[in-house]
Each structure stands twice: as structure tokens, then as C-alpha cells.
Design a protein around this ligand. Structure first.
Ligand SMILES: Nc1nc2c(ncn2[C@@H]2O[C@H](COP(=O)(O)OP(=O)(O)O)[C@@H](O)[C@H]2O)c(=O)[nH]1
Ligand SMILES: [Mg+2]
Length: 400
């Protein structure tokens, strides 16, 4: 196998040279510290030397099988440190420095390998990494997590599924956060607007929030709708308000918002329904923004259908920043079995998650997002169930 040596003052620079000369797929065979400079001590410098090769070269060598394995075996069986029973403080401090240098080098190597060649990982970590990928979490993010765990966790933790899961959950919870609870007592009404694309589930979620006794059903709720583009939408909400016995204000122009809010001033919570804005209609988003400026909500929830592709949801979340979104709420969780891909959406949107909704009933199918959901979302890696026999297509050809 032909190998190439690259020398630089730091691991980072040496890896950059490798990448430049041998390409993204280059394989690192060895890295070590070498001393450069003349015989005089003051001109000596420590450098990093990387020995690398290309995948083609390595493959050719691997085909040589046993010989390569034997060389590898010999390298691994060599004692890593000579026996030295008389270590003193200087040795220990030297070792400590070495370990921290090693750690930095590992991080750099980890970054280098990140997206193509994963280093060999302990079995439990590999299992979790595969589970993250199957759950729908972005593959690169899952790899980052696994590599961080590999570097940060102690050896005994790396063989414990519980310790690995705990580590991953604690990392995830820094990015995917639950929304704080609504303040219980306030002088003025707390205003929550629901925005999103048409059919995302805004009106259904609003009705669930207003009627579920575990949510705002026991509070003094008022409704306000700016969804006047479709008469059927207004009628639907009017019927709900009548049955639920809650006041409803319908607003056609931003200038009417102040009066409508005044009429609802005695309410504890005002839930606001809005017209759906498709991401391909920027003028609707602009109109929504004008309404939001007049309504001045405390929270603007971007309501998203959890069965839509995560890339599209990420795009939607970017477009709706214009409308001043402060929270994310997901609907239709009942329509998909894996929810890890929602992590990608939350990460990109950089907003806390408030409500999760599954099903069309008004009561008992909406819950506040909690860290426990994180655990469920990453654990949802089992294969999708087979369709029931009644709905499975008959594989017999028609003309058989
Ligand atoms: N299965 C299921 N359907 C839902 C859910 N939320 C809303 N829907 C349905 O999705 C459709 C659109 O909901 P709607 O609230 O009118 O969407 P909007 O246009 O955003 O207001 C309706 O048929 C709802 O019954 C949910 O959590 N699960
Ligand atoms: Mg609606």
C-alpha cells in the first residue's frame, strides 16, 4: 500500500493537508508527534505527522487479508507504555498533558471522519446510533452525537445502554426544549395565536386547547379569528364557540383588532385562529404579520402537521419567522409512527415545543411536550407494522 506523510504544527492543520492532497475520503493510518529543528534544544519544535492513504490503496491492501490482519494485530499487541515503577510528579503532569492533547486530537479526528468513515464504536453506542438514524433524526446529527459520546463518556458508561441514552437525551434537551408553562395569574388576558399552512390543524388545535379541561378548558377562554377568507371556517368556529359557551370575535381588518381585544379583555386566555399561509404566498405571510402586529400576541405557535416531510417543515418554519413565531406545536402525530425527524425541525426552527396533538377528538388527545417525549421520539425505531390483511393489496396478477 502506498502511504503519504503530512506534517503540520497541529492535528487540525495536518488533517487539512491530508484532505487537500488525498481528498475527503482519505484514510488515516497513523498519527504521531515528531520533533523538528536542529540539534539545539531551543530550535526544536513538536509537530504532528499523519500517515494516510487513499481508500483504493487500502482496499487493495485489505484484499491481501491475513498479512494485513497480522500486521494490525502486531501493532495492537505492542505495550502502549513501558513499565516504570518510579514515576514522579513531573511524569504524571507530562502524562496529563499528553492525555489532554490526545483528547483534542480525537476531537479533530472525529470531525474529520464525521460524515463518511465512522471509527469503530462500542456495540451499545453503535446500537443507539443506528436507532437515532432509524427514528428519523438527521444522520449527521446522530453521528455527531455518537462521536461526542465516544469522546466524553467513560469506558464503563460506553457499555451501558442507559448511560448512553442519558447522555444523548441530555445533549438533545439543550436543543429541543419544552415551552414554559403559561403564567397562572396575570392582570391582562394571555394571547396565543396559532399560525401555519392551510390544513396544518390550527383550528382543530385551537378547539382542543379551548375545550380540554387539562389545558384551558377550565379557564375563562375567549376566541378570536382572522380566518375570514373562507366563510365555512368562520361558521365552523362560530358553531364551536356556541356549543363550548365561549365568546368569539371575528376580525376582518388589522384596524379592528384593538376593539375585538377590548371586548375579550375579561378573558384569562385568548386563543387566536388565523388563515393558512402557503409558503409560496409571501403576500399572505405579510398580511399575517400585519395582523400579528395589531394583535400583539404573547405566543405565536407555528402549528405543523407532523406527517409532512421534515425538510418541508424546516422550510415552513423559516418562512414563518416573518410572522414572529415563538413556539412550535405539532398535530397529527397519530398519522406517523416515527417522530425522531421532528427533532430536525425543532433544531432548525430554534423554538421551544409547546403542544403535541394526535387524533380528531377534542378532549384527551393533546399534551404538553415534555422531555419524556424526547425519549419516546428517539426510541421509535422499530419497523413499521405490516398493514392488516384486509387492506393489503392482493399480489395475484389480474390476468393470472
Ligand atoms: N388524524 C388527525 N387529524 C387531524 C389532527 N388535527 C387536525 N386534523 C384534521 O386535519 C384537517 C385540517 O385541520 P384544520 O384544523 O381545519 O386545519 P387548519 O386549516 O390549519 O385550521 C381536519 O380534517 C382535521 O380534522 C390530528 O391531530 N390528527
Ligand atoms: Mg382553520
Amino acid at each position: 500500500m502506498r502511504t503519504y506523510k503530512f506534517v503540520a504544527p497541529t492535528m487540525k492543520e495536518a488533517l487539512a493537508k491530508v484532505k487537500k492532497e488525498l481528498g475527503e475520503d482519505a484514510l488515516i493510518i497513523k498519527s504521531e508527534k515528531v520533533t523538528a529543528g536542529g540539534a539545539l534544544a531551543f530550535s526544536k519544535r513538536e509537530l504532528i505527522e499523519i500517515t494516510a492513504s487513499t481508500p483504493e490503496e487500502v482496499k487493495a491492501d485489505l484484499q491481501g487479508g491475513p498479512e494485513f490482519a497480522a500486521t494490525f494485530e502486531r501493532a495492537l499487541s505492542q505495550p502502549s507504555m513501558p513499565e516504570n515503577p518510579t514515576r514522579n510528579d513531573a511524569d504524571i503532569s507530562h502524562l496529563t498533558n499528553e492525555v489532554s492533547r490526545l483528547r483534542e486530537d480525537l476531537v479533530e479526528i472525529g470531525k474529520y471522519f464525521r460524515y463518511n468513515n465512522l471509527p469503530i464504536m462500542p456495540r451499545e453506542l453503535t446500537r443507539l446510533w443506528e436507532g437515532l438514524g432509524k427514528s428519523g433524526m438527521d444522520g449527521r446529527w446522530a453521528t455527531d452525537m455518537a462521536q461526542e459520546a465516544l469522546i466524553q463518556l467513560a469506558a464503563e458508561e460506553l457499555i451501558s445502554p442507559a448511560a448512553i441514552e442519558q447522555y444523548v437525551l441530555s445533549r438533545l434537551s439543550r436543543v429541543v426544549k419544552p415551552a414554559p408553562q403559561l403564567p397562572l395569574r396575570r392582570a391582562s388576558a394571555y394571547k396565543i395565536a396559532l399560525v401555519g399552512t392551510p390544513g396544518a390543524g390550527k383550528t382543530t388545535l385551537l378547539q382542543k386547547l379551548a375545550s380540554d379541561p387539562q389545558i384551558y378548558g377550565k379557564r375563562k377562554v375567549g376566541l378570536l379569528s382572522i380566518d375570514t377568507h373562507r366563510m365555512a371556517a368562520v361558521e365552523q368556529l362560530r358553531a364551536f364557540a356556541r356549543i363550548a359557551g365561549v365568546p368569539l370575535e371575528v376580525v376582518f381588518q388589522p384596524e379592528q383588532c384593538a376593539d375585538a381585544l377590548r371586548r375579550l379583555a375579561a378573558c384569562e386566555v385568548i386563543l387566536m385562529d388565523t388563515f393558512g399561509c402557503s409558503v409560496s404566498e409571501p403576500h399572505r405571510l405579510l398580511e399575517l404579520r400585519q395582523f400579528m402586529d395589531s394583535l400583539d400576541p404573547d405566543e405565536v405557535h407555528l402549528v405543523m402537521n407532523a406527517s409532512v416531510r421534515d425538510e418541508d417543515l424546516v422550510h415552513t418554519s423559516r418562512c414563518f419567522r416573518e410572522a414572529g413565531t415563538t413556539h412550535l406545536s405539532f398535530t397529527r402525530l397519530d398519522e406517523s409512527l416515527r417522530h425522531g425527524f421532528l427533532l430536525n425541525v425543532v433544531k432548525a426552527a430554534e423554538r421551544p415545543v409547546a403542544w403535541l396533538s394526535r387524533g380528531q377528538g377534542f378532549v384527551g388527545c393533546t399534551e404538553r411536550f415534555t422531555p419524556e417525549h424526547l425519549r419516546l421520539w428517539i426510541a421509535h425505531s422499530e419497523p413499521l407494522p405490516e398493514p392488516s390483511p384486509e387492506i393489503r393489496l392482493d399480489p395475484t396478477p389480474v390476468n393470472a
